[in-house]
Design a protein around this ligand. Structure first.
Ligand code: SUG
Length: 445
């Protein structure tokens, strides 16, 4: 076995971070629609979380935000003229389209792609499929730039395969790693890939909220990655109806441990059996299933307990849960964390992080990061300028202080001066992260 580590790449919050209520089925997004946001506060929370993870000894990378507003999208749907005219007309005639074009949603890097580490991939490379995110218009605008961002961070095609997104068609609705959990004995050893779906492409979905991931999409990703030991459990219909728009709202796993709410899956007994069979001879899976009576599903969704990161700190035997501060404020969720730590189970420690701005859009600590298991040689082949250390944290914070607004209302998104502000900020960022001067569409014209 070649040893490997878990690295994380977090999406940097973009300067247009806002609360536009764009995601049906995401209860926080709906509840907070129209609130004033703090782009500067949000980006600094994200940078703070990245620093915490780097300080805990995990390689941490930053993924640049998409450029917004997406004027190419607005032009493609018929708005014409100067940049300012396009924006003004769009806000006047089609505010929902304009809000979608403004969204900073690329920050939720768990949806950037599905990742298969080289030890599980047929050709021995690390595979990435950017998620087409086609269920929500604002998110469907992300994947091309995401592919570009992944290719900059993971540039060597002999080691890394960055695919195109799946066909942009509802049969292949794909939300990336938010619906993927990998269990293994150690990061570098063969894993079981749990790809969770919400609906089948041909079944006819009549749920109140969308089921964002199809079985066919998950199977296609596993097939093109040559992913070994893939299992495909179904999310429970009730979980989607009650606000688990991605499986990672109610489930997280790491090493041998799968930590989830009892109502997360349609058939939990089948899931346990399939995972145990796939892991046979490799490791013994440990299922930490939290019953409804200990944590009502609504509290799981409100606190985002399961949207924690579950990490192996170097040198520690038990796992660490990186949980949102909202867990401390929810009595039932807090009690669950206390009894996990007090028991002799796989989770030995809980560390809280403050990502409240992201949480208000339904994005917890786990949503903000893309996990990538890398060998030392693969780690050495990444773009060093995107790796978080104290110097980069200081530079990014100073940049955010200079370039981000402290507060932003949805109405402010119509301000044409925001276009120039964002471009100035992102142009500087491409230099900070060594992304080249042709990274963003606006840099290529
Ligand atoms: O896709 N929110 C995101 C949150 C993504 C969370 N990611 C994971 N669970 N992995 C979404 O629903 C809301 C944007 C708004 O309403 O302005 C939003 O897109």
């Amino acid at each position: 076995m070649t040893p490997a580590v878990e690295a994380n790449a977090d999406g940097l919050v973009g300067p247009t971070h806002s609360f536009a209520g764009l995601s049906p089925g995401n209860l926080a997004s709906a509840d907070n629609k129209g609130l004033a946001s703090s782009p500067r506060g949000a980006v600094k929370e994200g940078i703070g979380k990245m620093k915490q993870l780097a300080d805990l000894g995990l390689p941490q990378f930053v993924l640049p935000p998409a450029a917004r507003p997406d004027l190419d999208f607005l032009r493609s749907v018929g708005f014409a003229g100067s940049d300012a005219a396009v924006l003004e007309r769009a806000w006047k005639d089609a505010p929902l389209l304009a809000a979608a074009a403004a969204s900073a949603s690329s920050m939720w890097a768990a949806n950037a792609a599905t990742v298969t580490p080289s030890v599980d991939a047929a050709d021995g490379r690390v595979h990435f499929t950017p998620a087409n995110l086609l269920t929500n218009l604002h998110r469907s605008l992300e994947h091309r730039q995401t592919g570009r961002a992944l290719s900059r961070l993971f540039p060597d095609p002999d080691r890394f395969a960055v695919h195109d997104a799946l066909p942009e068609q509802p049969h292949f609705a794909d939300e990336g790693a938010a619906n993927h959990v990998r269990l293994c004995a150690e990061h570098g050893s063969p894993g079981v890939n749990i790809l969770v779906y919400g609906r089948e492409a041909y079944e006819g979905w009549d749920g109140h909220f969308p089921a964002r991931q199809t079985l066919e999409a998950s199977q296609a990703v596993a097939r093109r990655h040559g992913a070994a030991r893939a299992v495909f459990p179904r999310q429970s219909r009730r979980a989607i109806a009650d606000g688990a728009f991605h499986n990672d709202v109610v489930c997280v796993g790491a090493q041998t441990c799968l930590f989830f709410h009892e109502r997360a899956f349609e058939d939990t007994a089948a899931l346990r059996g399939e995972v145990a069979r796939a892991a046979d001879g490799l490791f013994e899976p440990v299922f930490v299933e939290i019953p409804e009576q200990d944590l009502p599903f609504a509290d799981a969704v409100k606190s985002y307990l399961f949207n924690s990161m579950l990490i192996q700190r170097p040198g520690q035997d038990r796992l660490t849960l990186i949980a949102p501060v909202e867990v401390q404020e929810n009595a039932a969720a807090r009690r669950v964390t206390e009894s996990l730590v007090a028991s002799n189970g796989p989770i030995g420690e809980v560390i809280f992080v403050d990502v409240r701005q992201s949480m208000r859009n339904g994005g917890g600590p786990a949503c903000l990061r893309l996990r990538v298991v890398l060998t030392e040689a693969q780690l050495a082949a990444t773009n060093p300028a995107q790796r978080i250390d104290d110097a980069l944290v200081a530079r990014l914070n100073a940049w955010a202080d200079r370039r981000y607004r402290d507060t932003l209302t949805v109405a402010d998104l119509a301000d044409p001066s925001l276009i120039v502000e964002v471009r100035t900020a992102l142009d500087e960022l491409t230099a900070i992260l060594d992304l080249g001067s042709d990274f963003y569409p606006f840099q290529r014209v």
